[in-house]
Write a protein that binds this ligand. Structure first.
Ligand SMILES: Nc1ncnc2c1ncn2[C@@H]1O[C@H](COP(=O)(O)OP(=O)(O)OP(=O)(O)O)[C@@H](O)[C@H]1O
Length: 318
């Protein structure tokens, strides 16, 4: 891996102090629909940034703009110091892309899938075997390296997909909804793998619509709604600023929910609605008079990023 490492280091040096990814005023339209709408986003080197938003918020389109699979109508994009799309070939050489759709070659073994990509990414021949071994190990697939991709379980395939994006030891990895549709146990396994990338110093941009995934993995989150970033910060900071520490949920018929909202707003506290409940946020700051007025039937829980998202955008993430 000597040559590969040197390349990676020189690229990191070229961007030292700068952001691994920078988008300024980026717009992408599909006919009349504006999927990305004046997006400004910086991803500093070495962090995991969670791009959190509901289906249709523009997360996948943003990922595609970074790899030049889609071309922006307006704005400026830089990836690892390279202007995209003009220098996208050079940017792509140092980035790993893990797509939402599984596009492994079913007829090839796990190992062969990685070998093909090591070749495509121009890992020097003498380093290729070590690169493949390393990726297999990272994805805990060494034991299954001779199994055809088509015969692997869903979780193993997803791990292989991630390993394939890492085989050239990229400085930056784009993960588009890495655990979508997987069961909780497999999801937790993948979280371990993604966490491992961070500790290697790899910059990660991960889109997700799972609140827990963003809270667990992301150093920083960008909450995306209608093609823009509605808020940006560390999950704990965003929660503290917009939702406080605790939330009290009140259930009841519509008139009861309206009364709870009226009383909370009069006391200056934000609320969020679900079908059958109203959550009063920043509950730790509730005056005693409001606690008395609302009554004892509220259910207490910790505030989370979903609360923040709803307060800021009026939408739900999951
Ligand atoms: N190739 C395309 N042609 C037309 N419309 C598109 C195309 N790609 C995306 N869109 C539309 O752009 C909007 C943003 O889609 P995008 O896939 O970026 O959202 P997302 O946040 O990634 O959601 P998801 O998790 O469902 O992928 C959606 O309304 C989508 O239908």
């Amino acid at each position: 891996m000597a040559v590969q490492r040197t390349e990676t280091i020189s690229i990191q040096r070229a961007t030292e102090g700068a952001a691994a990814i920078s988008l300024r005023g980026v717009v992408k339209r599909f006919g009349k629909l504006t999927a990305v709408d004046g997006l400004d986003l910086d991803v500093p080197n070495g962090i995991c940034l969670g791009l959190l938003g509901p289906n249709g918020a523009g997360k996948s389109t943003t990922m595609k703009l970074l790899t030049a699979q889609a071309i922006a109508d307006e704005g400026a994009i830089e990836v690892l110091g390279f202007a995209v799309p003009r220098e996208s070939k050079r940017a792509r050489a140092s980035m790993g892309v893990v797509p939402q759709q599984d596009n492994l070659d079913e007829e090839l073994t796990a190992r062969e899938n990685l070998e093909v990509f090591a070749h495509l990414y121009r890992v020097p021949r003498k380093d290729r075997e070590a690169a493949v071994e390393d990726a297999l190990e990272l994805a805990h697939l060494t034991d299954r390296q001779r199994t055809k991709a088509g015969d692997l379980s869903g979780g193993m395939r997803r791990r292989l997909l991630i390993a394939r994006g890492l085989v050239h030891r990229p400085a930056l990895v784009l993960l588009d909804e890495p655990t979508v549709g997987l069961d909780p146990q497999v999801r937790a396994e993948l979280w371990g793998l993604i966490d491992g990338l961070r500790s290697r110093g790899t910059t990660v941009l991960m889109s997700t619509h799972y609140i827990e995934e963003a809270e667990r993995l992301a150093d920083d989150c960008a909450l995306m709604s209608h093609g823009k970033v509605a808020a940006r910060g560390a999950p704990a900071e965003l929660i503290a600023e917009h939702a406080g520490e605790r939330v009290v949920e009140h259930y009841g018929p519509p008139e009861r929910l309206e009364a709870v909202e009226r009383l909370a707003h009069a006391a200056g506290l934000p609320t969020r609605r679900t079908g059958t409940s109203v959550s009063v946020l920043k509950a730790e700051t509730m005056p005693h008079s409001l606690i008395d007025d609302l009554g004892p039937d509220g259910v207490r829980r910790a505030a989370n990023l979903e609360d923040v998202f709803v307060v800021l955008t009026g939408e739900r993430v999951e």
